[in-house]
Design a protein around this ligand. Structure first.
Ligand SMILES: *[C@@H]1O[C@H](CO)[C@@H](O)[C@H](O)[C@H]1NC(C)=O
Ligand SMILES: *[C@@H]1O[C@H](CO)[C@@H](O)[C@H](O)[C@H]1NC(C)=O
Ligand SMILES: *[C@@H]1O[C@H](CO)[C@@H](O)[C@H](O)[C@H]1NC(C)=O
Ligand SMILES: *[C@@H]1O[C@H](CO)[C@@H](O)[C@H](O)[C@H]1NC(C)=O
Length: 346
């Protein structure tokens, strides 16, 4: 029964063949200059491996060479766990297992990788080592289209930004905390509450110049929260040349109480940057706009690598059945461009 329901739901979620042609495709053997120029002009590229699964080192070289060829020479691999708020298991140094987090039968909500941080990875990349038997498509969502679809909510995002919240355990007062946000003593590497609060305030990667705030949470837990801009200017390429446009760069639906997995105290939450909750109409508008911004849905085959401009496109995944094995990596991070090139020049 559940199986039939899932099948039906998968059909609704992933209309076969639709949208899948948006991501340009190159062969690994064509060389990475072609992939780089497609990444620069379109913002995403699928590199087909002809069924050959790259080693972790080959995956890293493919992804890094592609974004470097796209006009970011010197841009290196980023360290996922060093600044993330949820520990991911590593397939190898700098390459993480995407299976951590959402259960297979639930979708992964669209988000740009680590968009909850003040400094956001410029690129991310995925490799397929084993596709799911059913479903498990990688979906890409256009953050520029999202900005347009949100209408005046985009102005509200630009004005207020976003506040993200993470609940963590305390080794003594909530020793049973099991969510991957972990214990604050481990996260900050100290048993001293005063020192942890100081380190949070100094965390510019996470909270910019104001840093992050550490305080008491419910049932012996603690809460870490910080505020980031939600709108960034990116360059898009069309027949009339390169143009700066606004994009809404966010991780809201992946970081909201209403969609947290499991039971108990929700570990992740987000609000407007002034601390007010999204009301039901705003959440509904956000969900509709995100759905409308879906740009591509593709089922990766063994050995396929996708490199994505993480500022231009958010990613998600559809529910699946079977032993799906994908790994991912990110580039170094930068603060969002909160002003357009033109504005910055006046
Ligand atoms: C945004 O637009 C909606 C409908 O178009 C309107 O109901 C709402 O009041 C507007 N909000 C703001 C802050 O302008
Ligand atoms: C953990 O312990 C606290 C306090 O004893 C209790 O309120 C809470 O329900 C427990 N949580 C879990 C997930 O067991
Ligand atoms: C953290 O949250 C509290 C209350 O929810 C708020 O007053 C404070 O401004 C927030 N701090 C940051 C840095 O976002
Ligand atoms: C867009 O292009 C301008 C001018 O070349 C550059 O200064 C800016 O950093 C670019 N923005 C992004 C997000 O790449």
């Amino acid at each position: 029964m559940a199986y039939i329901f899932l099948r039906f739901w998968l059909m609704l979620m992933c209309p076969v063949g639709v949208l899948s042609s948006s991501v340009p495709v190159v062969k690994r053997s064509e060389g990475l200059d072609v992939a780089g120029s497609l990444l620069r002009s379109v913002g995403a590229v699928l590199i087909k491996g002809g069924g050959q699964i790259p080693t972790a080192k080959e995956f890293e070289t493919l992804a890094v060479s592609t974004w470097q060829a796209a006009g970011f020479p010197g841009l290196e691999l980023g360290n996922y766990n060093k600044f993330g708020t949820v520990k991911r298991s590593m397939v190898s140094e700098g390459i993480y297992d995407v299976a951590a987090g959402a259960p297979a039968h639930l979708p992964v909500s669209p988000h740009s990788e680590q968009a909850y941080l003040h400094q956001v990875p410029r690129f991310c990349s995925f490799v397929c080592m084993r596709p799911a038997e059913v479903g498990g498509e990688l979906q890409l969502f256009d953050n520029v289209m999202l900005g347009t679809a949100l209408g005046n909510l985009t102005d509200k995002f630009a004005k207020l930004g976003l506040t993200y919240f993470r609940v963590m355990g305390d080794q003594i007062h909530s020793a049973n905390w099991s969510y991957a946000t972990g214990m604050w003593q481990d996260r900050f590497g100290t048993p001293s509450w005063a020192e942890a609060k100081r380190l949070a305030r100094a965390d510019a990667m996470m909270g910019g110049s104001s840093g992050a705030e550490l305080g008491p949470g419910p049932e012996g837990t603690v809460v870490l929260n910080w505020t980031v801009p939600a709108v960034t200017w990116i360059n898009t390429t069309s027949s009339s040349g390169v143009k700066p446009v606004r994009a809404v760069l966010q991780s809201i639906l992946d970081s909201h109480k209403s969609v947290n997995y499991g039971t108990g105290i929700p570990a992740l939450h987000s609000t407007w940057g002034d601390g007010t909750e999204f009301d039901d109409l705003e959440l509904e508008a956000l969900r509709a706009a995100v759905a409308q911004s879906q740009w591509a849905s593709l089922k990766l085959e063994e050995g396929d690598v996708v490199v994505v401009d993480n500022w231009h496109y958010a990613h998600g995944r559809s529910p699946y059945e079977g032993q799906r094995k994908h790994a991912a990596l990110i580039s170094d991070r930068f603060p969002r461009n909160v002003k357009s090139a033109q504005e910055a020049c006046v």
